[in-house]
Design a protein around this ligand. Sequence first.
Ligand code: GDP
Ligand code: IMO
Ligand code: MG
Length: 425
Amino acid sequence: MTVSIIVGTQWGDEGKGKITDYLTQDMDMVVRYQGGNNAGHTVVIKDKIFKLHLIPSGIFYNNVLCVIGNGVVVDPAVLIQEIETLKSQGFSVSNLRISAQAHVIFPYHRYLDQAQEKKREAGRIGTTSRGIGPCYVDKYNRRGIRIADLYNEKVFREKLDWNIKEKSFLLDKFYAFDKKIDIDKIYVDYLGYALAIKQYVALESTALINEAIEKKKNILLEGAQGAMLDVDHGTFPFVTSSNPIAGGACTGAGVGPTAIDEVIGVVKAYVTRVGSGPFPTEIEGKLGDELREKGGEYGATTGRPRRCGWFDAVVMKHAARINGLTQLAITKLDVLDGLDKIELCVAYEYKGKQITDFPTDIHRLAECKPIYEEHAGWSEDTTKIKEYNDLPENAKKYLARLSELAGVKISLISVGAERGQIIEV
Ligand code: GDP
Ligand code: IMO
Ligand code: MG
């Protein structure tokens, strides 16, 4: 009956996996719509921790169809590993589907990602080095190889030949990269992967998804990354190579905007960022380190320490607008338990003026200073709270202000990583 989109509203890792898993109890279908295995979505069920990179976070419900949409870039070796891991943990994964239109990541994409980062003079982006950017480049350059191509040996070999000639030249001559590309090995390996995933491939994924919409099913479109990593609307060039925002859900799943009922923004109660790039409310020093330890802020994909900062309402307002958010799911409120004071950035100071429209040009952003509003903290432990009314008064005030600044109502509050640690508002 409803089609909802889940988006990250900051720089990723807001807890999209947890919120997607929670909402999946009422869903018939969950679709991942962009990104690739740069994502790491964590779901905690009792004492078990699952980290998903490509498979939608609804996979723990056997009766829910989980689709890897056309907008995702798929590294089949990683996907097979993920399927095997889930199977070994007792999940059938027979409810998984992979769009035949999704583009495939090859070893040369990873090599290019690494080589480009190594050579980049204007500062490294700090990518996950999974080959995401170069794979999307091939897609937009119309040279990419899609899942469907793997089942047509002649077409596959021709496309692979062309791509490997081009990439070998670039890697050798421009990047002086030391690894060589072995076309015969890649060809055989990928035919093997194709066979292994064949049972999951949906030839017409958009028909599958739109038929579910026509049948008035409940559908969740799960984004990866977050608004500030969006290639158009984030802190370019320190972004990923896709559109994590709600618009990306329409293209990445093949769903028209008129079908969308709800857009749920996942919002961490503070902010984190992995990789380089501007981060106005970053907390340097001891407090930042404490927040990182308490929040377990280490990348689910690369294990890198995440940079931590105060909540940024300028970023929030930007994310609310470009996504058309209808609800907020606040996560990790519990990580703020025990803090005396909590800072909340309400505006930036830019050339002596207060601004609240996010400057998407990083050179202007660099001249902005956050303007903070101080909030009193709370000493209570929120991790076992089930009802909104039982939250500490100061936590409620903080949440109310956050919602007011976003201009969007809060529908969920997460107070711990485990599936059950959540408050419906
Ligand atoms: P995603 O990429 O948006 O799915 O987020 P990640 O899984 O990369 O990072 C979120 C981290 O916070 C994971 O380790 C989650 O298990 C954890 N987490 C999610 N919600 C909460 C919460 O409300 N409280 C705490 N303490 N941890 C949470
Ligand atoms: P989830 O879905 C946080 C960041 C990288 C780097 C930039 C570009 O778990 O929230 P890429 O490999 O995509 O070319 O790297 O984007 N990044 C993420 N940061 N969470 C993610 O995903 C991310 N996916 C990419 O750290 O700064
Ligand atoms: Mg993550």
